[in-house]
Design a protein. Structure first.
Length: 637
C-alpha cells in the first residue's frame, strides 16, 4: 500500500503545499533523467510477496500485529488488513542464480511467518483471494493499526460518501456495496520489479504492458470472492472497483479510475507517467516532505522524492513506475502488480521467471513494440486474461488472433527461456521454473481451475461456508507440500476434517439460498412459495432489503383458526408475520443458537451480518448436522 508516513492535516493549505511538493519532485526527477543521474547499465530485479493469515478452520486470522512482533524484521510489514502480511525480498542483480535465490528467500520467509503465526494459533496461505472470506471479515476492526490506512479509509470514504460498490459478473454475480476500504484487503499479490535506465524506460514499460496479459493468463489464482465464482483472476476487477473514488460526473465523463491499465503507449519515460497521474488524480494523502527536492539537487544531494512516492502509492497502475535509491544511487524500475499470490512457491517463481525472461528477450526481438501491437488490443488482452485465464483468445503481433495456450507454449516460453539464458541462468533452472509454467498451461491446471474443480467436488459439504473452509484447508495442505498446483490432487468430498471444526458456527450450517416476501405481499403467495419450495419459514424484507419480519407456517395456519382464510380481501403478510424477529450472526456459535431456539421455542433464526440478511438457520439444519456427526462417529468406531 505504499509509503506509511502520512499526515492527518487535510486542510486546503496542507493539500496545496503537498501538491506543490509533488510538482517539485517531478521537476527534480526530470532534471536527474536529463542529467544522466539515474543509474544505468545495471539490471536488478526484486519482488514483494503478500500473504493471508488463517486460523485452523481456514478462516482469516487477524493476528498480523502479533506475527510481526515475533518476526521483528523490517522486511516483513503490514498490509491493509490484520489478516494480511507483506514480505519484501531484497533487490539483486539479475544473474544466473536469481531464480533459485528467490525461491530460497520465499521458502524461508513463508516458513518464518508460519512459525510466528502458529504461536498465535494460525498459519499462512498464498492465494490471490482467500476463498473463506466473508463480508463480516471486512470491518474496521480488522484494519491494520497504521495511521496511513486509517487516513486512506477516511479520505476515500469522504470522496465516495462511505459507499464502496462492487459489481462483478462471472459464473455467479456479485453485487454489493460496502462501507469501508477493506474490500481491497481481499486481494494479495506477488509483485515483481524490473530495474531499467531512464532512457530505456518507455520502451520497457510498453513491453511490460504487452506481456502482462499472457503472464497473467497462465497464473490466474483468484476465481472466487465472498463465495461467488467470478473471473479467473477476480483480483483485477475487485481492485479496480474497490478503490474507485470517482464522482458521478467523473464516471459519466469516463474519467480514469485510480486502478487502471492505461489508455495509450508511453512516449517519453517515467516523468510522463508521473505528470499524467498528478494531472488525473488529485492529492489523496499528505505528509511531511522535508526539504525541497530541487534544493537537494542544487547542493549536490540525491532527493528521496517523498511527496511523489506517497502520491504514487495512491495511484494503482497495473504496471507502476517506481523511483528508489539503492547504495546511494537513484534508480527507476517497473513494478508488475498483476500476478496473484500462490498457489505454490514453485508456481510463484515460475511466474517471475516467465516475466523476467520475456522482458529481456522481447526487448531484443522488438525495437519498439508499438510498431507491431495496437494498444487497444493489448489492453483488451489483459481484461480477457483476467476474465478467462487460459480460455482467453488474444490479438497478438500485427493483430493475429491466437489462443492463449498455443501462444504461451509455442512462442512465449521459448522466448522467455532465451531471455533467461542472456543473463546466465543455468539450463537446469530454466527447465525447473519455466517447466512449472509449461506444465500448468499444457494441463490447463492453473490455481483458478483447481479451485473451481475442487468446489464442484465439494458440493456435498453441508453448507457453502463449510465448503469454502474445507477448500481453504485443502489448499493449505497442498501448498505445504511444496509441489506446483498442476500436480495437486483435488479434495475428497468425505475429507471434511474434524466434525468439531465443521459445526462450530451458524455460518457452517445455515441456508443461504433464501426465498423472501414483502410485507404487502398476499399471504396466499407466501403460502404457495412455502409449498412449492418446501420451506417452513420466509423472511420478510422491505423495499430497501431490511429484514422486518418472519413468516412461519404456524402464522398461516392461525389464519384458518381465526376464520380469516379464504376471505374475499387478500390478507397482507405484514398482518401475520412476526415483527422484529430474534436474529443471530454467522459467527454465533451453534450451541448458542440452539439454546436461543430452545429458550424461545423458535424453530428458525434469521442470520444477519452487518445488518444484512445472509441466511436462515432452522431446527432441521441442526438435526441434519447432528445426523452427519453421528454418522462420522460411527465410522470412527
Amino acid at each position: 500500500m505504499g509509503e506509511h508516513d502520512v499526515g492527518a492535516d487535510r486542510s486546503e493549505d496542507a493539500i496545496r503545499r503537498f501538491g506543490r511538493a509533488v510538482l517539485d519532485d517531478i521537476r527534480a526527477l526530470e532534471r536527474m533523467c536529463d542529467a544522466g543521474q539515474i543509474e544505468s547499465g545495471v539490471r536488478r530485479v526484486g519482488a514483494e510477496q503478500e500473504m493471508f493469515l488463517v486460523d485452523p478452520q481456514g478462516r482469516p486470522a487477524p493476528i498480523a500485529m502479533d506475527v510481526l512482533e515475533r518476526l521483528d524484521d523490517p522486511s516483513f510489514t503490514t498490509e491493509l488488513a490484520r489478516f494480511n502480511l507483506e514480505h519484501n525480498l531484497p533487490a539483486r542483480i539479475f544473474d544466473g542464480g536469481v531464480l533459485r535465490d528467490i525461491e530460497g528467500q520465499l521458502t524461508q520467509a513463508v516458513a518464518r511467518v508460519r512459525d510466528a503465526a502458529m504461536a498465535s494459533g494460525g498459519d499462512v496461505l498464498l492465494v490471490g483471494i482467500l476463498p473463506s472470506l466473508d463480508i463480516g471479515d471486512l470491518t474496521l476492526d480488522n484494519l491494520s493499526p497504521v495511521p496511513r490506512y486509517f487516513e486512506l479509509n477516511r479520505a476515500m470514504s469522504e470522496l465516495t460518501g462511505g459507499q464502496f460498490p462492487a459489481h462483478i459478473m462471472g459464473l455467479d454475480e456479485l453485487h454489493i456495496t460496502h462501507d469501508n476500504v477493506l474490500l481491497e484487503a481481499c486481494n494479495t499479490s506477488f509483485q515483481v520489479h524490473f530495474q531499467v535506465s531512464a532512457d530505456e524506460f518507455a520502451r520497457f514499460y510498453n513491453l511490460a504492458q504487452v506481456v502482462a496479459a499472457p503472464i497473467l493468463a497462465a497464473a490466474v489464482n483468484s476465481p472466487v470472492l465472498l463465495r461467488h465464482r467470478l473471473w479467473r483472476e477476480t483480483r483485477i476487477a475487485l481492485f479496480q472497483q474497490s478503490l474507485d473514488v470517482r464522482s458521478a460526473s467523473q464516471k459519466q465523463r469516463d474519467s480514469r479510475r485510480r486502478v487502471w491499465f492505461g489508455d495509450h503507449w508511453v512516449e517519453h519515460g517515467a516523468v510522463e507517467i508521473y505528470r499524467d497521474d498528478i494531472t488525473r488524480f488529485p492529492v489523496l494523502l499528505t505528509g511531511d516532505t522535508g526539504e525541497s527536492s530541487t534544493a537537494v539537487l542544487e547542493r549536490g544531494g540525491i532527493p528521496g522524492l517523498a511527496a511523489l512516492r506517497l502520491h504514487n502509492g495512491t495511484v494503482y497502475r497495473w504496471n507502476r513506475a517506481c523511483y528508489g535509491i539503492l547504495d546511494g544511487k537513484p534508480h527507476l524500475r517497473i513494478e508488475n502488480r498483476t500476478l496473484p499470490a500462490g498457489p505454490s512457491i514453485p508456481d510463484t517463481v515460475g511466474n517471475a521467471a516467465f516475466f523476467f525472461g520475456l522482458m529481456t528477450e522481447l526487448s531484443h526481438v522488438h525495437a519498439d513494440v508499438r510498431e507491431r501491437f495496437t494498444f487497444d488490443h493489448v489492453k483488451d488482452n489483459f481484461v480477457a486474461a483476467a476474465r478467462y485465464g487460459l480460455n482467453a483468445t488474444f490479438r497478438w503481433i500485427d493483430g493475429r488472433v491466437v489462443a492463449v495456450p498455443a501462444l504461451v507454449l509455442g512462442e512465449l516460453l521459448p522466448q522467455a527461456a532465451s531471455g533467461l539464458r542472456r543473463h546466465g541462468v543455468p539450463e537446469d533452472d530454466i527447465t525447473r521454473y519455466l517447466g512449472v509454467v509449461e506444465a500448468r498451461v499444457a494441463t490447463g491446471r492453473t490455481g483458478a481451475e483447481w479451485i473451481l474443480e475442487a468446489l464442484e467436488r465439494l458440493r456435498s459439504v453441508e453448507s457453502p461456508s463449510a465448503r469454502f473452509q474445507v477448500l481453504t484447508r485443502t489448499m493449505l495442505e497442498r501448498q505445504r507440500t511444496g509441489q506446483p498446483v498442476h500436480t495437486w490432487d483435488p479434495p475428497e468430498p468425505e475429507d471434511h476434517g474434524d466434525w468439531r471444526e465443521r459445526f462450530q458456527t451458524v455460518a457452517q450450517v445455515m441456508t443461504t439460498d433464501l426465498f423472501t416476501v414483502h410485507p404487502e405481499d398476499p399471504v396466499d403467495l407466501a403460502a404457495s412459495i412455502m409449498y412449492w419450495k418446501q420451506v417452513r419459514h420466509l423472511p420478510v424484507e422491505d423495499a430497501e432489503g431490511r429484514l422486518v419480519g418472519l413468516l412461519s407456517q404456524r402464522s398461516i395456519l392461525k389464519l384458518f383458526v381465526d376464520g380469516r382464510a379464504g376471505t374475499e380481501d387478500p390478507v397482507p403478510v405484514r398482518e401475520v408475520m412476526k415483527r422484529d424477529p430474534l436474529t443471530v450472526t454467522p459467527r454465533t456459535s451453534c450451541l448458542d443458537a440452539i439454546h436461543l431456539m430452545n429458550e424461545h421455542r423458535f424453530s428458525s433464526l434469521p442470520v444477519l451480518d452487518d445488518g444484512r440478511l445472509v441466511g436462515i438457520v432452522t431446527d432441521r439444519d441442526f438435526s441434519h448436522a447432528a445426523a452427519r456427526l453421528f454418522e462420522d462417529e460411527l465410522k470412527r468406531e
